[in-house]
Design a protein around this ligand. Sequence first.
Ligand code: ADP
Length: 636
Amino acid sequence: MEQKQFQAESKRLLDLMINSIYTHKEIFLRELISNASDAVDKLAYRSLTDDQVGMSRSDFEIWIKADKENRTLTISDNGIGMSKEDLENNLGVIARSGSFQFKEQLDQAKNADVDIIGQFGVGFYSAFMVSDLVTVISRAYGSNQAYRWESSGAEGYTITECEKDQAGTDIVMKIKKDEEGENYSQYLDSYQLRSLVKKYSDYIRYPIKMEMEKSKMKEKPADAGEDYQPEWETYKEVETLNSMVPLWQRNKDQITKEESDAFYKERFGDYASPLISIPVNAEGAVEYKALLYIPSVAPYNFYTREYEKGLALYSSGVMIMEKCADLLPEHFRFVRGVVDSPDLSLNVSRELLQHTRQLKIITTNLEKKIKSELMKLQANDMEQYKTFWKAFGPQIKYGVVGDYGANKETLRDLLLFYTSGEGEITTLSQYVSRMKEGQDFIYYAAGEDTGRIARLPQAERISAKGYEILYLTEDVDEFVLQVLTEQEGKQFKSVNDDDALPESDEEKEEMEKRAEENKDVLAFVQEVLTDKIKEARISKKLISHPVCMTTEGPVSLEMEKYFKMVGGDEKGIAAQRVLELNPNSGAFQALKAAFGEDREKAKTYVQILYNQALLIAELPLEDPSAYSDMVCGLMK
Ligand code: ADP
């Protein structure tokens, strides 16, 4: 018989399972039952549209059989089963879901004392935590041939033909011998197994059955004398171990946080508990129940095309779709969960389903519910809300700018921004509530990080007035403000804008005078930097710094950087740059003097000032070594 090798990744995972010192080995049962339930789901769904299946919902079940003598534990289902190819592909290769994350965490946690196994849905392989030999006997629905897959771990596995009279799968585990500190025999004890099923798999929608050994008092014989001692006898009885009521079908107050979190982790393959869970029980135009979750960390592929949004859709406990994308608006694509409505017809084809009126109503209501729960979190627990923001803030911002701003009013209140004000992070309405007497605008400045923005020369005069500044650190931030245009009637204003602060007539006159006085020097600066800047001007913004770069027109420097990034090398949209000079600075005075005495020297000064403005704006220098030479040339 040919022995086949596991794929490298699977082998590693297996080694880990076999040698695991993990204390929560009991989760193997949950994992196998969950697989069995998925397999039954698949056939149950098929039976709705395909009469050939010849089974009704009540025929489906999962069995647990414990054989103490032979030390075997068997989990059986009459679900869809696996063909030879399925056995090969599904059990010989590391499981798809969660495996990538698992491996990543594994690499990171290699030396750390972290229990990661239990945090992941590691599925089938977990059987090896408690058994030396795993035998899978499976017959795929629609096939007459069954196959036996067998493995005792790392050496590999074999697949042979065998007999099985019904479609479905038996997983037979040869339970390990007890070791010091490890009581494996408990997994052969029916009472222990029953309590594990209750703990982890109570909501599984198909009956999980097991023969329980029970005892009862023997009937008192008619001729029993005075000194009759009651006798006991044991008998066997099949019991359904789970209540089968899905978590989302229960009342809110009947779901504990532990149950809810455990369900989330198991169902959605997350290792972290969700940030919040949102149970919904709706009656009205459409009746439905839903259990939604906001994850506390973004899935590793969340910001890629690979991530699929959607909620699981059920009709009266029967799954119709694993991921119904239409149930979630794009801006809330991070939400996970299930929706169950008796009003949805199971016989509608999946495509048609996407257009039903009921679904639209559910989607709209869920969107409102998600928003209101997030607002509640923001109001009651800002620390937790920040965790949400860290994971999914970018998605909310994309939501604002996407669809030509169609969703901006829904999302506006959810936005957070870094700020120069108290608390370091703020909502827009909090900002407005803190605005000073006489402050007309909501100020913002963009840059790489908050520290750098805080040091921007042009921000100084705004801060000097005691006005708060929003720090825009992400590319999308400026677009967000552009789309929003205002908050509670207050316009957004860049600290770069010349009219950022109101000017008195005297101030205006003063500026004009200054510009006039320095007309020649400014013309000279502009000439030296002909194709680099649109204009050189006397700055209204600078207080202690000599120079800065600002822009004119709708494209800012940050936007230019963004367009460069997304547009590749092409000559994209460029900002119109303005070099602003502080006439009170020593540097400007030196430039002015040089302009009068030595034009070559003045040219060098202009270049230095220009390059410094680039540096402050975090723009690349065109020729760093030439710049360095110029600066060093001053050190004589
Ligand atoms: P996951 O369930 O996360 O995909 P597993 O390692 O648990 O990963 O299982 C791998 C695959 O093997 C499953 O996706 C499924 O296709 C198949 N499988 C496992 N158990 C069964 C079963 N009892 N019946 C049918 N298919 C199964």
